[in-house]
Design a protein around this ligand. Structure first.
Ligand code: GLA
Length: 391
């Protein structure tokens, strides 16, 4: 968490609204470490909240309006607190409006509105879930301001609903849940069927490098929703093919996939291999971390990326360059794409003592191949969303 960023936000807030914020919250971005496109298949994910995020500041108003300012571009919009609606003109505001609509549905429409401003340092469009950081920080602050007690799981669910209904992405719960349940020095192990979120200790001599390729991260373009439909179709196939109940791909084992893949449409067979294989890798990965076998864990990350590349086709040449280069770099233990895919960032697991040299080697390999910049940053597993100030 960046205190300097919080101070900047509070200063801008005071200059814009002529008063101090009554509530300030912070929510982190996230990395996805193992378990890709498993969340909406009721499967497992290992992820982590990271040390960059979004601060959200607000102060109640006497009327029923919300005056919302994006603190980075200083663009603003005003709308009724009781009835926020999607807007194409201020598309950045939809994450907050959707979050407010979801909160209103959960705890009732408010009588009073608020002035609000947010500011974050999660690079936009990089696959680190800047949108989840904005949603969860907004929901926490808005709930606190009206004295509503809502559970951490509900914070995540309201954020997810904002994505579905106001941003048009049928995402799973991973991004919002990680932003809420993150814990310093731990990964979050999520079970998206039972909605249990556990912390798994992460070794202290390794760290993650996030490598932002700047390739287009096109979730809203429909590729993500198309993959999701494919998985749901495959689950319906397995429900008829197998002699045990299947309500999601979570219920299908790798051996069952091998036994039945030839009976399915070829595309659905390939796509479904990915989440099915990923579920197995997450369960194996948790055991490897518990027994301290970080090399084997890293190999699972490479396998995960191969599965994305070959089966799910949600990688891209830029992400492949990072992962392929990482394989040959001393100290690197694993690498894969992180999040939806189709661009954005790759996550690289590296011995901390080798992290700087590895980052330089990845940037070099990337520039050599694509003639372009790949930004690298070391991230650490951090705490989840919380209120940082309330008067
Ligand atoms: C995006 C979505 C998540 C999840 C990942 C892929 O980050 O928002 O819900 O599906 O992609 O694992």
């Amino acid at each position: 968490m960046s205190t300097a960023l919080q101070q900047t936000l509070e200063k801008k807030f005071a200059e814009t609204f002529g008063r101090e914020p009554a509530v300030v919250s912070h929510a982190p971005g996230r990395i996805e470490v193992l378990g890709n496109h498993t969340d909406y298949n009721e499967g497992y994910v290992l992820s982590a909240a990271i040390n960059c995020g979004t601060f959200f500041a607000l102060a109640p108003r006497d009327d029923g309006l919300v005056r919302l300012v994006a603190g980075d571009i200083m663009d603003e919009t005003t709308f009724p607190a009781a009835a926020p609606e999607r807007s194409d003109e201020h598309s950045w505001s939809n994450y907050v409006k959707g979050s407010l609509a979801g909160l209103n549905a959960l705890v009732g429409a408010p009588e009073r509105g608020f002035d609000a401003m947010f500011l974050g340092n999660v690079p936009l469009g990089s696959g680190l879930s800047s949108s989840a950081a904005l949603e969860t920080s907004a929901i926490l602050a808005m709930a606190r301001a009206r004295g509503a007690e809502i559970s951490p799981l509900d914070v995540a669910l309201v954020g997810q609903k904002a994505e579905h209904e106001f941003a048009g992405v049928k995402c799973g719960l991973l991004d919002q849940a990680t932003s809420v349940f993150g814990e310093q020095d731990h990964l979050v192990m999520s079970d998206f069927r039972t909605r249990e979120f556990k912390s798994v200790a992460f070794p202290s001599d390794v760290c993650f490098l996030m490598c932002n390729t700047h390739a287009k991260h096109a979730l809203v373009d429909g590729a993500y929703n198309e993959r999701r439909e494919c998985c749901e179709r495959a689950a319906r196939f397995f429900a008829t093919a197998l002699d045990h109940p299947v309500s999601a791909l979570r219920d299908v084992s790798w051996d069952e996939w091998l036994a039945h893949r030839a009976e399915m449409p070829e595309l659905d067979a390939r796509r479904s291999a990915h989440p099915i294989g990923e579920n197995g890798r997450v369960l194996a990965g948790v055991e490897m971390l518990r027994s301290g076998d970080v090399e084997a864990f890293g190999n699972l990350m490479f396998e995960s990326h191969d599965s994305s590349r070959n089966y799910f086709e949600n990688s891209c040449p830029e992400l492949d360059t990072v992962v392929d280069a990482a394989k040959a770099i001393p100290g690197v233990l694993g690498a894969r794409l992180s999040g939806g895919g189709f661009g954005g960032s790759a996550v690289v697991l590296v011995r901390t003592r080798d992290a700087e040299a590895a980052a330089a080697a990845i940037r070099h390999a990337y520039a050599h191949k694509h003639g372009d910049r790949c930004d690298t940053r070391a991230v650490v597993c951090s705490d989840g969303a919380r209120i940082v100030k309330a008067s």
